[in-house]
Design a protein around this ligand. Sequence first.
Ligand code: UGA
Length: 424
Amino acid sequence: MIAVIGSGYVGLTTGACLASLGHPVVCGDVDLDKVERLQRGEVPILEDGLPELLHAGLAAGTLEFVHGAVAAAERAEYVFLCLPTPDGGDGRADLRIVHAVVAEIAPHLRPGAVLVTKSTVPVGTAAEITAAVDRPDVAVVSNPEFLQEGSAVRNFLHPDRIVVGSDDRAAAAAVAALYAPLGAPAVVTSAASAELIKYAFNAFLATKLSFVNAVAALAEAVGADVAEVTHGMGFDERIGPRFLQAGPGWGGSCFPKDTRALATIADDHGVPFPVLAATVTANELAKDHVADKVRRAAGGSLAGAPVALWGLTFKAGTDDLRDSPALAVAQRLAAEGAVLTAYDPAIGADLPATADRPAIRVAADPYRAAEGAAVLVVLTEWPEFRTVDLARVAAVLDGRTVVDARGVVDEDVAAAAGLAVVPL
Ligand code: UGA
């Protein structure tokens, strides 16, 4: 039996996918309402393919949901921790939830159980958990996840590799064996290496994007086209074509907190890592860059200007708004007086203002969002934005400019409709 503690997008995907591989899985979560919804087969998040796997697991009896961590952990040989590790506000991951759950379940673990951390945790956490559990019969293994929101099920079932790190190599190999049906290479490391792999991995990808976004700004200044530049770069397999799409900066629940956390780890160890600081700074500039383009498109001032936003989530395929670059751009526009109306296929209601986001009126479709706007800005790469009827948009839009921060609008089709596309 495998227990998965925490039913967020990582825990749910992990539980449902492990069950689909034939393992009996019990998922435990502290939120009773969520547990009851999951027992009824309701998936609380937008995640492609997850409802189908959940229903199959429930029907086959290989997947069940229980209330609380202990109720799940006490039945299992393997206990996967899929718990939130938010930014603690000081650039460090906040491990209070992880430590509280470990303290709660430690006395109830079966003899010989393996405790597996999937959450992204600072280097040294596996060692801390081992000390806290304080049971020689229980091994601790770091098994970081590489799941992208929106394609988490596909990522889980078709992994590039499985990383398992532990100072107990036999336990690490046993965890790797759970994934054997997937046929992916297993990278067996020390616990500290596995923990660092995850941070280095996310920070490297964030750096790649910050680099590309800086190239976009430079391309504009020198009269080049960033899409052509990245297309040319991506053919070299040392660079690769993926994760080269310039955009309004990177966001989400992982990259921002993990880049900050890695910078803090480096600082704590007295290791200079200036590239990482530049990556974070460049990400703020990428959002400024989009806001600058919108101001120019509005004629130099945003005071009182109605602006239409297409896309609010941090990327397409998810309903997650956490650290969304779209909202950060919106905040910049609102600060200069723009009046915002948005459309996003995953967001159904108006967004009230919070500390880091302005109030945004949410329209029911892309056309209504565009009505009467001085500028239209594309901030998330939802596929439906590629097929919107641009003539219909042109008929309701007041201005003639579309700032396309995601490279999804066809410039020729837009031109035929009388709209000018400003790319990144
Ligand atoms: C990221 C990693 O990609 C996963 O491998 C990792 O497991 C996960 O964090 C995690 O640590 O849990 P995710 O946060 O779902 O996954 O988001 P990504 O798909 O990586 O996108 C991150 C940001 O980069 C988004 O704002 C996206 O729009 C942006 N992006 C991505 C671009 O601007 N251009 C691209 O070419 C790709």
